[in-house]
Design a protein around this ligand. Structure first.
Ligand code: ADP
Length: 484
């Protein structure tokens, strides 16, 4: 029987409290998968440290703890900030919200308009150190601090540099998960004092927090085996391939799951009709509802897209391909927020194709669920994709994904033309509008063949999307981190 562990997650997002993308889904669902008892053994004790952002709707019964957190001043002088740590039970783990209004009571999580908040290094140093101070205050050691993305860099770096002599913290093992290598937490020399760390900023004229965290953590992973391999090359390594290669077998890929309890077309409360693998007929009602709600003309197959409007996600390919997709008879619904020029391009298309293309420029959890269910196909033409949650959710909702062969998309989607027996979607190679159009054309041919479609949908639904196996992967990685 494996010994249970105490795990402290440090993250900038966690569902259902704070989300911009898949990171939030993963932190919540992984913590729950580790924390809840399962037949293989007792649950681990998991704490999730998260900033208390503006508008966050906390769980009931939070208990406060005041902490004095050491930080640095502009001249390197030691200072302290007082934060309130609010702890409460989530389902399977303990949520620990770091309240510090000057840092976190703001319009957005990370950005002031189109640029990062200049004090992001200080904000996430405060998050990380609040976690370390909370562990000290409780005088109960944790086995592992598991940091997510660059925002957890200050926690992992502070542990090794500022708390290295602390008897309670010095034995703590660390793990870093890179959900997306594109965001580094770059801190220019002039702002490096905010980190209050003895780091050499000379060579790079600043601090790359993700790079330093990759070098520091006992174990490092990204969220699919394929992206782990890709990221060792200059093409996909986002400037970090050298440090990732240097970690050797301490850098691994663990595929994400989805929370199959929260994402379930048989119970999803936002849907007008419910269905499961034994009877997909009610899916048609969710489709009709979605199209009517969004003023879409109901003839023709409906292609759905959801995601951050970022060049990463390949929305520009969709914009370029859209006239041809519409000419092929397809309808398009896009839900996403982000880069203004992408929003503008999509909105112009919607204006040109009333009844054919709907663009929803907002963050809307409920409409997202209706799209996963109601669309006939789910498009994810990402240029790179560490894992991707969208294609997994779509498969769970019997909506075959059409994806680019990249990162975790290649690990999870099997092309139904290439492998008719196992196929659960459609995959294309080049990041071009034409390749996208060709893949959609192949997918539409399958949609027109009822038996074939049913087989593809059944394969997608039957895939094990749960966190059961990935959670064991993290458990094994923690044990390696602890073993040193
Ligand atoms: P990433 O983490 O790169 O943003 P993923 O596919 O891993 O991409 O995860 C995206 C998650 O965020 C999914 O749960 C998706 O449904 C959700 N999401 C993205 N944009 C929106 C939006 N505008 N409204 C609602 N949910 C969204």
């Amino acid at each position: 029987m494996p010994r249970t562990m105490r795990i402290a997650m440090v993250a900038s997002e966690c569902e259902p409290w704070a989300k911009t993308g898949g990171l939030a889904d993963v932190v919540d669902a992984l913590s729950r998968a580790l924390g809840l008892p399962d037949p293989a053994g007792p649950g681990h004790e998991v704490d999730v440290y998260l900033p208390w952002y503006r508008g966050l709707n906390p769980p009931e019964g939070l208990v406060p703890l005041e902490l004095r957190v050491p930080v640095g001043g502009p001249g390197g002088e030691p200072r302290h900030e007082t934060v309130t740590l609010w702890s409460g039970e989530a389902d399977g783990y303990r949520l620990r919200l770091v309240e510090h209004a000057p840092s976190f009571d703001r319009e957005s999580f990370y950005m002031d308009g189109n640029s990062d908040y200049v004090d992001n290094p200080a904000r996430f140093t405060l998050l990380g150190r609040a976690a370390l101070e909370a562990i000290r205050a409780e005088a109960r050691p944790v086995d592992v601090i598991h940091g997510h993305d660059w925002q957890a860099g200050p926690a992992l770096l502070s542990l090794r540099h500022r708390y290295a002599g602390d008897p309670l913290l010095r034995e703590v093992a660390t793990m870093l998960t890179c959900h997306n290598l594109a965001y580094h937490g770059w801190t220019p020399r002039a702002d490096a004092w905010q980190l209050d760390l003895p780091l050499d900023v000379g060579k790079h004229d600043g601090v790359d927090l993700l790079r330093e965290a990759i070098k520091t953590a006992d174990m490092v992973n990204t969220v699919s085996p394929n992206y782990a391999r890709e990221s060792l090359t200059p093409e996909f390594g986002a400037g970090l391939d050298d440090v990732l290669r240097a970690r050797g077998d301490r850098y691994i890929g663990i595929i994400n799951g989805i929370d199959t309890g929260l994402w379930d077309p048989a119970t999803d409360p936002t849907l007008v009709a419910h269905y499961d693998a034994s009877d997909l007929a009610p899916k048609a009602r969710t489709r009709a509802d979605l199209m009517a709600r969004n003023g879409l003309d109901p003839d023709g197959p409906l292609l759905g897209l959801i995601g951050r409007l970022d060049p990463q996600k390949g929305f520009d390919l969709v914009t370029a391909a859209a006239p041809e997709l519409v000419a092929m008879g397809a309808r398009l619904i896009v839900l996403g927020t982000g880069h203004e020029h992408l929003v503008a391009g999509l909105q112009a298309l919607a204006a040109q194709h009333p009844g054919r293309i709907a663009v929803l420029d907002r963050f809307d959890r409920s409409e997202a669920r209706r799209i996963y269910a109601g669309a006939d196909l789910f498009l994810m033409p990402s240029r790179f994709e560490p894992c991707g949650q969208g294609q997994l959710i779509a498969m769970r909702y019997a909506t075959p994904p059409v994806v680019r062969h990249s990162g975790g998309l290649a690990d999870t989607v099997v092309d139904a033309d290439v492998d008719p027996a196992r196929g659960n979607g459609f995959v294309f190679g080049p990041a071009t509008p034409q390749a996208l159009v060709d893949a959609v054309r192949r997918a539409l041919a399958a949609l027109a063949d009822e038996a074939r479609l049913a087989h593809i949908q059944a394969n997608g639904m039957a895939r094990d999307h749960s966190w059961r196996v990935p959670a064991r992967g993290y458990e094994a990685a923690y044990r390696r981190a602890i073993a040193g």
